[in-house]
Design a protein around this ligand. Structure first.
Ligand SMILES: Cc1ncc(C[n+]2csc(CCOP(=O)(O)OP(=O)(O)O)c2C)c(N)n1
Ligand SMILES: CC(=O)[C@@H](O)[C@H](O)COP(=O)(O)O
Ligand SMILES: [Mg+2]
Length: 625
């Protein structure tokens, strides 16, 4: 029997001796590796937080004390120790536990997250509420060196370090510095952390206070860095200037350092800041060597590691974008590619290699990414912002105020549009059609397949104003993209299937395939609309005049979506034809296999057919999933 199998809550863990906690760390790390290798999920970050999680639950009185994890992708050890060990087999699957903290999943998950850099604000809220309610409890924010680069983290530090109405929150911010975001970290702050590490951390190690780094790459790195910076004067840290008591850096894998340090900080009033140094992928050699590859793998054999499939894979939309970006950059020196910390996920690795001067990873800084692009556009450059639909939500005011209002020529390549699968509701790109099409000057393009994705990216790029081109996670139908940079006529859709006069389906985006499947069974007309804005109003009117029912289909929210655009136009021109709007409902859709999720929403071919038949008052011919 393992020790881990006896831990059903942090109360059990608090009964263990220090040597037993060391043993627990080994078992927990193995459990994380075993379960993630079966389910897929965020691996590298979780291997790095094993000791920290044990130390936090050993020292703090959780759930009474509030631990707020930033992003929350590193909370698998926390889930395992807080009563969800056996549910790890269901991680990120339909009906299973989430890959992120959820208030409705456990009382130990104090704050729901998945978008980064919110933890210090939320912990500050917890700390001030405790003060106002006269309760004595601690709030702890755990934030990574990637997540802390976002403006929001600094807005919170700025606020939390000074008293309000004479009250100062008792909070601890733990900076989990593993010198990695998803990709290698960028920016001045990262350089600053390296400086901090090379000073205090190294000198502690050298003096034998811990002797822990000896013979490790970190030791050698710190030693070499110190040689470069000899004589450098480091006054207080930036965090002390913000009003925090700064402690560290300490080794975040050393329970014997972590536990006493946390005990000490737990008992100190006011804002405390602990800087720990960890290694992404710790304890699994392959992940340590390539933390990017093991950031969020699909299932793999831990003995072998991730091996490339021998089957030729269909190109993902992300790859279609990445190829297009390189070709367009080759053709136009003015192109600048921008990613807010998602180089791999957005398909920009090759672009980075080939065009390093025109590649910008701005860190986790979506707001800055959008306004930086606006500045470039003012000077006649041609910025392309590659951003996940869900993360553009962070840059919404910048989109309106800095880009659209000045009608600037910025192309937004919106990846992960629609449901994304395992990451669930936090990452779903359901809202971008609704929140972009209402902005004056913005154009909104929805390619139906890989070839059209490439063509509409070129079309957007040539259009002298702000445009979003949205495409989903994963592969399309396998349509050849071609290698040209040809464009499609602005604002025009196309008729893809001439059917009877009863039903015309207006498909926006990649659901065209499912719409065509349904149309075959119904003998319906199908239009591939391509543009949500400017809408092909001539095509809409023609179909409205010649069919008894219009059906709009999109993989975004129905409310305010592309179907709403069609109805608004019909109303404006006084065409009174019934419209059935098919898309995502007014509900958050949980994690699971994307195809299953779409079927459950009635957005596969069978579902579209069934819902149209229901609307026509016909019996459903296919079984409900
Ligand atoms: C607002 C936002 N932008 C981007 C992301 C994607 N993202 C998830 S984890 C991550 C890297 C975080 O790095 P760090 O905070 O250092 O944590 P680590 O993975 O190193 O433990 C990024 C960019 C996100 N979740 N939220
Ligand atoms: C936690 C986070 O935001 C990312 O790691 C995200 O899970 C990546 O998603 P993709 O796998 O779709 O790139
Ligand atoms: Mg990090």
């Amino acid at each position: 029997m393992t020790l881990l199998s006896t831990i059903n809550s942090p109360a059990d863990l608090r009964q263990l001796s220090r040597p037993q906690l060391h043993q627990l760390a080994g078992e927990l790390r193995q459990y994380v590796l075993d379960s993630v290798s079966k389910t897929g999920g965020h691996l590298s970050s979780n291997l790095g937080t094993v000791e920290l999680t044990i130390a936090l639950h050993a020292v703090f009185d959780t759930p009474r004390d509030r631990i707020v994890w930033d992003v929350g992708h590193q909370t698998y050890p926390h889930k395992i120790l807080t009563g969800r060990r056996d549910q790890m087999a269901t991680l990120r699957q339909l009906g299973g536990i989430s890959g992120f903290p959820r208030r409705d999943e456990s009382e130990y998950d104090t704050f729901g997250t998945a978008h980064s850099s919110t933890s210090i604000s939320a912990a500050h809220g917890f700390a001030m509420a405790a003060k106002l309610k006269g309760e004595s409890r601690r709030a702890v924010a755990v934030i990574g060196d990637g997540a802390i680069t976002a403006g929001m983290a600094f807005e919170a530090l700025n606020n939390a370090g000074v008293p309000h109405g004479g009250l100062l929150g008792d909070m601890l911010v733990i900076l989990n510095d593993n010198d990695m975001s998803i990709s290698p970290p960028v920016g001045a702050l990262n350089k600053y952390f390296t400086r901090l590490m090379s000073g205090k951390f190294y000198s502690q190690a050298r003096e034998g206070a811990k002797g822990l780094l000896k013979n490790t790459p970190l030791y050698e790195f710190a030693r070499r860095f110190e040689e470069h910076t000899k004589g450098m004067f480091v006054p207080g840290t930036i965090f002390e200037e913000f009003g925090f008591n700064y402690v560290g850096p300490i080794d975040g894998h050393d329970l014997d350092a972590l536990i006493p340090t946390l005990e000490n900080l737990r008992d100190k009033p006011g804002p405390q800041f602990l800087h720990i140094v960890t290694k992404k992928g710790q304890g699994y050699k392959l992940a340590e060597a390539d933390p990017v590859k093991y950031h969020g793998p699909t299932p793999f054999d831990p003995a072998q590691g991730i091996v490339a499939s021998s089957k030729p894979a269909k190109k993902s939309f992300t790859q279609v974008f990445g190829d297009w970006l390189c070709d367009q950059a080759e053709a136009d020196q003015k192109l600048v590619g921008i990613t807010p910390a998602m180089r791999e996920g957005s398909g920009m690795v090759e672009f980075h290699k080939r065009f390093p001067q025109r590649y910008y990873d701005v860190g986790i800084a979506e707001q800055h990414a959008v306004t930086f692009a606006a500045g470039l556009a003012c000077e006649g450059m041609k910025p392309v912002v590659a951003i996940y639909s869900t993360f553009l939500q962070r840059g919404y005011d910048q989109l309106i105020h800095d880009v659209a209002l000045q009608n600037l020529d910025v192309t937004f390549a919106l990846d992960r549009a629609g449901l994304v699968g395992a990451d669930g509701a936090t990452h779903a790109g359901n809202y971008d059609i609704a929140f972009t099409r209402c902005i004056p000057n913005m154009a909104v393009l929805t390619p139906a397949d890989e070839r059209e994705c490439r063509q509409l990216l070129s079309t957007a790029y040539q259009h002298p104003g702000p445009v979003t081109v949205r495409y989903p996670r994963g592969a399309g139908a396998g349509v050849d993209t071609g290698t040209d940079l040809s464009t499609l006529p602005w604002g025009q859709g196309e008729l893809r299937r001439e059917g009877g006069r009863d039903v015309a389906i207006l498909a926006f985006g990649t659901l065209l395939q499912a719409a065509l499947g349904a149309a075959d069974a119904l003998n319906a007309t199908v239009a591939n609309m391509r543009f949500v804005k400017p809408l092909d109003t001539a095509l809409v009117e023609r179909l409205a005049r010649s069919h008894g029912l219009l059906v709009t289909v999109e993989d975004g929210c129905v409310m305010g979506g592309a179907g709403s655009a069609v109805i608004e136009h019909l109303q404006a021109v006084g065409l009174n034809v019934p419209v059935l709007q098919l898309g995502l409902p007014d509900a958050f859709i949980e994690h699971g296999d994307p195809a299953k999720l779409m079927a459950l929403q009635g957005l596969d071919a069978a579902g579209i057919e069934r819902r149209i038949r229901q609307r026509l008052g016909e019996p459903a011919l296919r079984a409900v999933v």
